[in-house]
Design a binder for this molecule. Sequence first.
Ligand code: AMP
Length: 277
Amino acid sequence: MKIISTVAELRAQPRPKGKRRVLVPTMGALHAGHLALIRLARKNAGAQGEVALSIFVNPLQFEPGADFSRYPRPALADEELCRKEGVDLIFRPAPGEMYFENRSTFVEETALSEPLCGASRPGHFRGVCTVVTKLFHLLTPDAAVFGEKDFQQLAIMRRMVRDLDFPVEIVAGPTVREPDGLALSSRNQYLSAEERAQAPIIRQALLEAAQSDETSARKMAAAVREKIESASLARIDYVEIVGTDDLRSRLTIEPDSLLAVAIFFGQTRLIDNILLR
Ligand code: AMP
C-alpha cells in the first residue's frame, strides 16, 4: 500500500494505464461505514484494479466555529484498516498541499446545495465540491464511492459530474449502522454516554415514519419531531421531507420522497435519512 502525502509525489507516480482506479474520498477516522465503501470500491475496480482512498480534513467545508481543529485524526489506525482492506493507495495531503493561501477559485453547485444541510451550513457544499474536484483532477479516478448517509452530498456529486463532464462514475453505498440503528459517523465519538444512549431515537423516528401510512408531509414531519423531542438531549436542526430528484420540500409523501433529519446532541450534529415508499 502506497501512502502519498504531497501533490508532487502523486504527480511523480503517473497511474498505470488500463488499470481501473476507484476513489473513496474521506476525512479519515475510518469506521465500518468507510470500510463498506472500500469493499464496494474493490468490487467496482475488480481484482486487477486500484482502490485509492483519500484522507483529508477539508478546512473549506467546515463553517467558522465548527469542529475542524478537534476532528479526530487517528493516522496509524486508519493506515492499519486500509492495509487490512487491501487499499492500494492512500492520498493524505496536508492542508497546505491542497490550498494556496490566496486561492480564489471554487466549485459551486447552486440548486441541490441550498436546502437541508446547505441551509444550516453555509459554504459547506462549496467546500465539498471544490475539494472533490481537486481530488478528481489529482487522482483521475474512473469511479468514486460516496455513502447514502450523506444523501445530499451524493446527489450534489452526481449533479456536479453531470454538469461539469467529469469522466467519473459515482457509486453509492448504503448506510452502515450500529446494532441499535445509529448511523456510524466519525462524530459519534464526540457523544457523551448519555447522548449516545439517546441517539438511536433518530433511527427509531425515521423507521416509524417510513412504516406509517401517513400521506401528509407536514403531519409526518410533526410526528418525527415529536418522537425525537421525547429524547431530552436532542435538539432538532431540521426534519424535512423532500424529493430525491430536487431535494425540495414535498407536501405529500410520494414514491420519490426522502425523509432527512439533522439533530444536535450537545455540540454534535448527526444526520440521517430514509427513503419513503
Ligand atoms: P466522511 O469521512 O465522514 O467525510 O465520509 C466519507 C464517506 O463515507 C462519505 O461518502 C460518507 O457518506 C461515507 N459514510 C460516512 N458514514 C457512513 C456510514 N455510516 N455508512 C456508509 N457510508 C458512510
